[in-house]
Design a protein around this ligand. Structure first.
Ligand SMILES: NC(=O)c1ccc[n+]([C@@H]2O[C@H](COP(=O)([O-])OP(=O)(O)OC[C@H]3O[C@@H](n4cnc5c(N)ncnc54)[C@H](OP(=O)(O)O)[C@@H]3O)[C@@H](O)[C@H]2O)c1
Length: 357
C-alpha cells in the first residue's frame, strides 16, 4: 500500500473537489445553454385592478437543484390570480414586488437543476405551482419544483395543456379522491360550465357516473352537454330540484360544487342521507353543514402521483379543453378584465410568445 502524507492527501482532496466543481459547472452550463439573462413578464408593482398588470423586463429565475426551468408557451388565467392581484395574501405575507402572477401553464424544459433526473431540455411539460416563490407563469420563463412538473399527454398541444394543470388536478381529485365516484352513481356537478367544471364532467363520465350538470346560460348548457353530461339544468334560472327529481327519483348520490350560495343549497336538498358533497377551497359562500351529508373540502394538489393520475385520465377520457379566450402576454390586463366580466365558459389563457422563438 502506498503511504500518502497528510499534506499530499489534502492536495489530492482539493484537486478532486476542484475537478467535481469543474464538471458540475460544465453540466449546469450545458443545461442552461440558450437561456437569456432577462425575460418579459406580466407583473404587478402594487395591488389593484387589472390595469396594475404591466409588462416588465425581469431576470430569468435560476433553477435551483430540484427545479425545472420552463420556457412558457401558455399560462392559465384563474380567478385566484385575480384575487392575488387585488391583494389577497394566500400565505398571509406581503409579496415582494414586482410580483409575477400565474399558477400554471405549459412549455418546454429550458434547463434542469442538478438533482432533477426526470426531465430533459426540450421536453414538452406542464406544471402547477400555486403562489410559486420564484414567480408565476405570466412570464417567458418560470422555475418550478420538479415534482410539480409533468410531461404533456400526447393528446394535447401546449396551448390546451397550459389551460389545465390547476383545473385538471382539481377536477380529477374532486371526482376520485374527495368523492370516490363509482360506476352508476348519480352526481350533480354544480358550476359545470367553468374552468374546473368542464373537466370534472368528463372525468365523472370516465368513472362511469351519471352526471346532472348545472351550467350558466343556454351556451353554457350546450357546452356541457357536448362534453358528455347526461342532463343539464341552468343553475341560475331553472329549477335544480325538479331537474334532479327527473334525473334521479331516488335521490342524488353526490354533489361536486364549483359555485356556492343559494343554488348550491338547492343542489344539497337533492341528496339523500349518506350523500356526499365535495368542493375545493375558494367556493363561496361555503354551504352550511348538514347532518348525514359527508362533506369534503379540498385543494387541487400537484405532485408526481397526482400528475400521473391526471395524464392517465386525460388520455382515457380523450379530454376536450374548452377555451373561453386567448390573450397575448402583453394583454394580461385585458385577460383579467375578461375574467372580471364573468360568464367564463371553459378557461382563459395567455399565449406567451418568446422573442427568442
Ligand atoms: N382550492 C383549489 O385548489 C381550487 C382550484 C381551482 C379552483 N378552485 C375554486 O373552484 C371554483 C371554480 O373555479 P373555476 O375556475 O371553475 O371558476 P369559473 O371558471 O368561474 O366557473 C364557474 C362556472 O359556474 C357558472 N355558474 C355560476 N353560478 C352558477 C349557477 N348558479 N348555476 C350553474 N352554474 C353557475 C359560471 O357561469 P357565469 O360566469 O356565467 O356565472 C361559470 O361558468 C372557484 O371558486 C375557485 O376558486 C379551487
Amino acid at each position: 500500500m502506498i503511504k500518502v502524507g497528510k499534506h499530499r492527501r489534502t492536495l489530492l482532496r482539493v484537486g478532486a473537489l476542484a475537478k467535481i466543481a469543474r464538471l458540475k459547472s460544465r453540466a449546469t452550463k450545458s443545461r442552461n445553454a440558450g437561456v437569456p439573462q432577462t425575460m418579459r413578464a406580466a407583473a404587478i408593482d402594487r395591488f389593484g385592478g387589472p390595469e396594475v398588470l404591466t409588462i416588465h423586463e425581469l431576470p430569468v429565475p435560476a433553477a435551483g437543484a430540484k427545479e425545472v426551468l420552463i420556457a412558457v408557451d401558455t399560462a392559465g388565467v384563474g380567478s385566484w390570480d385575480a384575487d392575488m392581484r387585488a391583494g389577497w395574501l394566500p400565505d398571509g405575507r406581503r409579496p415582494k414586488f414586482p410580483l409575477v402572477l400565474g399558477t400554471d401553464g405549459a412549455g418546454v424544459v429550458a434547463a434542469t437543476g442538478s438533482s432533477v433526473r426526470r426531465f430533459k431540455v426540450g421536453e414538452r411539460v406542464y406544471a402547477s405551482s400555486f403562489n410559486n416563490p420564484k414567480g408565476g407563469f405570466y412570464a417567458e420563463y418560470v422555475a418550478v419544483r420538479g415534482e410539480n412538473v409533468a410531461r404533456v399527454p400526447k393528446l394535447l398541444d401546449l396551448k390546451l395543456a397550459g389551460a389545465i394543470p390547476a383545473t385538471g388536478l382539481t377536477a380529477l381529485q374532486g371526482v376520485d379522491d374527495a368523492l370516490h365516484l363509482r360506476k352508476g352513481e348519480t352526481v350533480i356537478i354544480h358550476g359545470a360550465s367553468g374552468g374546473v367544471g368542464t373537466l370534472a364532467v368528463q372525468f365523472a363520465k370516465l368513472r362511469g357516473a351519471r352526471v346532472l350538470a348545472t351550467a350558466s346560460g343556454r351556451d353554457g348548457k350546450a357546452l356541457v352537454r357536448r362534453l358528455g353530461a347526461d342532463a343539464v339544468v341552468d343553475g341560475k334560472s331553472e329549477d335544480i330540484a325538479a331537474a334532479a327529481e327527473r334525473f334521479a327519483p331516488d335521490g342524488i348520490d353526490a354533489v361536486l360544487a364549483f359555485v356556492g350560495g343559494k343554488s348550491l343549497e338547492r343542489c344539497l336538498d337533492t341528496l339523500g342521507r349518506g350523500g356526499r358533497l365535495a368542493y375545493p377551497n375558494g367556493v363561496e359562500p361555503v354551504p352550511r353543514k348538514r347532518p348525514g351529508i359527508k362533506t369534503t373540502v379540498y385543494n387541487g394538489e400537484a405532485g408526481v402521483r397526482e400528475f400521473q393520475n391526471l395524464n392517465r385520465a386525460v388520455e382515457a377520457a380523450k379530454l376536450k379543453v374548452p377555451l373561453e379566450g386567448m390573450f397575448a402576454l402583453a394583454d394580461a390586463a385585458k385577460a383579467h378584465k375578461r375574467l372580471a366580466a364573468g360568464h367564463i365558459l371553459g378557461k382563459v389563457v395567455l399565449r406567451i410568445k418568446s422573442r427568442r422563438g
